[in-house]
Design a protein around this ligand. Structure first.
Ligand SMILES: C[S@@+](CC[C@H](N)C(=O)[O-])C[C@H]1O[C@@H](n2cnc3c(N)ncnc32)[C@H](O)[C@@H]1O
Length: 319
């Protein structure tokens, strides 16, 4: 299908293909290890070294924070990955011996039905869901096992989100991490605000990781927006991506105790081990670092917390 003819929601759903193909290519080159992604995404055309390094920083930065959270909670926690696309985090955490009480992925039905089909038809993926001997329930677009749940909902519709969380038997008093990896920016901010408020209202102890654009009010931001618009995809929530402060404020405004946003430049140098950086910087030669620096300046990780049990979630921030 011609991308120019896609309607807005279809263009948003297709961003999952872009993200998973970019990750697939970086994995193929050895930026990080993911034996599961090739089971969901076929090999793909070459991406630039800047894109590959950008995805490396995104995936490893986010994974490092999630691992810290699970270790701090000693596994007595839940994870909800909103707009999960073809993410393989659940299986990678299992391999790392980091299991949790519940792991829920939610996306549009069109995306979850494809993921559901791939999981059902792959022994390696299915094996990871049998850990608790509970029967696996399938529908066209959903899959529910004891720990892992894949459910379909439009995140702009709070009633759908609430009923899916209930169907997945989420426990509202168990510490719960919410992950939004390049997701909120596709929703008008009244919807993302309402979703963040819903989480803060329902969950007594919660930690959020939000990865997306920042510093979008300059020329680089304008070019990114017009490129996306020409592909039928507007960043409807870009207003929240003006600065690190606007990224933090959206949480404080919506019932969270605290938030801390870092540009990817900082994440790359403070959250990823120097040994890893040395290793990946040898994979591909970068002509000049300016474009990568620009890219890193325009993406951030924002963590936020609501810490009713005083578990010192603020110490899981990223510096
Ligand atoms: C850029 S992709 C990111 C996928 C995955 N989080 C990753 O980083 O690899 C954005 C994802 O968010 C999902 N998404 C965006 N808006 C959504 C909404 N209103 N309801 C459900 N899913 C949504 C899209 O379908 C897509 O899978």
């Amino acid at each position: 299908m011609d991308k120019h003819n896609l309607d807005g929601d279809e263009a948003v759903r297709s961003t999952n293909d872009d993200a998973s193909h970019c990750k697939r290519f970086a994995v193929q080159l050895g930026y990080w290890t993911d034996p599961y992604l090739p089971l969901l995404v076929r090999s793909t055309e070459r991406k630039t070294p800047e894109i590959n390094r950008g995805y490396f920083a995104r995936v490893i930065g986010i994974t490092n924070i999630i691992e810290k959270f699970i270790k701090a909670m000693e596994g007595n926690c839940q994870i909800v990955n909103f707009g999960a696309g073809f993410d393989t985090l659940y299986w990678k955490l299992l391999d790392a011996g980091l299991s949790v009480k519940k792991f829920v992925e939610i996306d549009f039905a069109n995306v979850t039905s494809r993921k559901c089909h791939y999981i059902r038809n792959n022994d390696k993926l299915i094996r990871g869901l049998h850990s608790d001997d509970e029967e696996i329930r399938y529908s066209t677009s959903e899959l529910h096992s004891g720990v892992y749940h894949l459910a379909a909902a439009d995140l702009r519709k709070l009633s759908e989100v609430e009923s899916k969380l209930a169907e997945c038997s989420m426990e509202y008093n168990v510490p719960t991490l919410f992950l939004f990896e390049c997701v909120l920016v596709y929703m008008p901010i009244q919807f993302s605000h309402a979703l963040l408020q819903l989480i803060a209202d329902k969950f007594s102890t919660t930690f959020c990781i939000n990865y997306e654009q920042v510093n979008m009010t300059d020329r680089f931001g304008d070019v990114m927006l017009s490129n996306l618009r020409s592909r039928g995809c507007s960043l409807a929530g870009v207003e929240a991506c003006a600065s690190l402060k606007s990224q933090e404020d959206r949480f404080i405004l919506n019932g969270w105790d605290g938030a801390r946003a870092l540009e990817m430049n900082q994440v790359y140098h403070s959250l990823i081990s120097p040994v890893e950086i040395q290793r990946i910087e040898k994979i591909e030669f970068l002509d000049e670092k300016e474009l990568l620096d620009q890219l890193f300046h325009h993406y951030c990780i924002c963590v936020a917390w609501k810490d009713s049990l005083d578990l010192k979630l603020n110490l899981l921030t990223i510096d």
